[in-house]
Design a protein around this ligand. Structure first.
Ligand code: PMP
Length: 355
């Protein structure tokens, strides 16, 4: 090792799902199979008019997008923070809010980026084991800690916990910041945003990547008390003032304004999810009750890694980790009905061939 390497920050990076090119059925990174709202296309066509403005830096406050989100959720603008996908927002939250010598708590089976940010920023952490059915045990989060974060619905399990459960964890942790990562909440149930007035230690993050069909644009946001949002902005301005580029601001604002399309897309995905869950069950797969736009499946008779590889060879991409406790599980994003039919045709044949 070269001497200078000793001073280099070394991290084991997060590994994103594959982004294969060409004609594949892509059910591996929880994208939305439907296009963004029609208003986004209109904004794209108008973009020529904005050409000259590309010369200039974007608005560092992201005001139009912040305002659109504040209107959508009926909250003050001072409660909204936007970033380059919720990954950027969450990373800023780790940097800003988890600044204690005590460990932060998060589930052992969860979004694997949490561990990476904790390591990157040298935040002590403790993973709390979910139970045998992959459910979080709320009492595990009562002990002294430096902050709490969990997704609801959880990923990759797709399990949703009701607001009573979420509130119980927040109530037991009022001396630290609790972050509820709601990347998939629109496919599930009540949002912790309903608790935002009641708890000034709560931060809720959401994204445009899933229900709003804009993973390629990279837009995420956090909602919390004006004080917490101020601290987040202070950290952001100390890092990069211009996180949001002009196109994300314009397209993102257009997307938020179309409520009807948003509701319709979610409805279609939830309908396909429920049907797909029945099909998986008919084939003997087991899975926790899905509440996101994905299903976390395992089959008692077929090895998950082999099945994952067989699917891939067929041009059907799903996600497989092979990590502890979830070696026999694959996460399957809910695609269009037609994509899912192709998946099930393959699975039926796979099972029939093996008897
Ligand atoms: N949280 C969870 C639980 C996720 O699964 C993802 C998607 N990988 C994210 C946050 C980040 O999504 P994005 O950065 O696209 O908003």
């Amino acid at each position: 090792m070269k001497a200078f390497e000793q001073n280099i920050r070394k991290v084991e990076p997060y590994v994103p799902g594959e982004q294969p090119q060409g004609q594949v059925i892509k059910l591996n990174t929880n994208e939305n199979p439907y296009p963004p709202a029609p208003g986004v296309l209109e904004a794209m066509q108008n973009l020529e008019a904005h050409m000259d403005t590309l010369r200039l830096y974007p608005d560092p406050t992201s005001d139009c997008l912040v305002e659109a989100l504040a209107d959508y959720y009926g909250v003050e603008k001072e409660r909204v923070f936007v970033g380059v996908g919720s990954d950027d927002v969450l990373s800023m939250c780790f940097l800003t809010f988890f600044n204690s010598d005590k460990p932060i708590f998060f589930p052992d089976i969860t979004y694997s980026f949490y561990k990476v940010w904790a390591e990157l920023y040298r935040i002590p952490y403790e993973c709390k084991a979910v139970d045998k059915d992959f459910r979080m045990i709320k009492e595990d989060y009562y002990g002294e800690n430096g902050g709490v974060i969990f997704p609801n619905p959880n990923a990759p399990t797709s399990l949703y916990e009701d607001l009573e459960f979420v509130e119980d964890i927040i109530r037991h942790n009022q001396d630290v910041i609790v972050i509820v990562d709601e990347a998939y909440i629109d496919f599930a149930g009540h949002s912790a945003l309903e608790l935002i007035d009641k708890y000034d230690n709560l931060i809720v993050t959401q994204t445009f990547s899933k229900a709003r069909s804009m993973a390629g644009m990279r837009i995420g946001y956090a909602i919390g008390s004006p004080l917490l949002i101020k601290y987040l902005n202070d950290a952001k301005y100390s890092f990069n003032s211009y996180t949001m580029n002009k196109t994300s601001l314009v397209y993102g604002t257009a997307a938020v304004k179309d409520r009807g399309y948003f509701d319709e897309t979610i409805h279609k995905i939830v309908e396909t999810r429920e049907w797909a869950a029945e099909e998986f069950a008919k084939l003997g797969f087991v899975f926790p009750k899905p509440s996101g736009n994905f299903i976390f499946v395992s089959h008692p008779d077929y090895d998950a890694r082999e099945l994952f590889e067989a699917l891939k060879a067929e041009g059907i991409y799903v996600r497989y980790w092979g990590s502890r406790r979830i070696e026999q599980y694959m996460r399957v994003t809910v695609g269009t009905r037609a994509e899912m039919e192709t998946l099930f045709d393959f699975l039926r044949k796979y099972i029939a061939d093996r008897g």
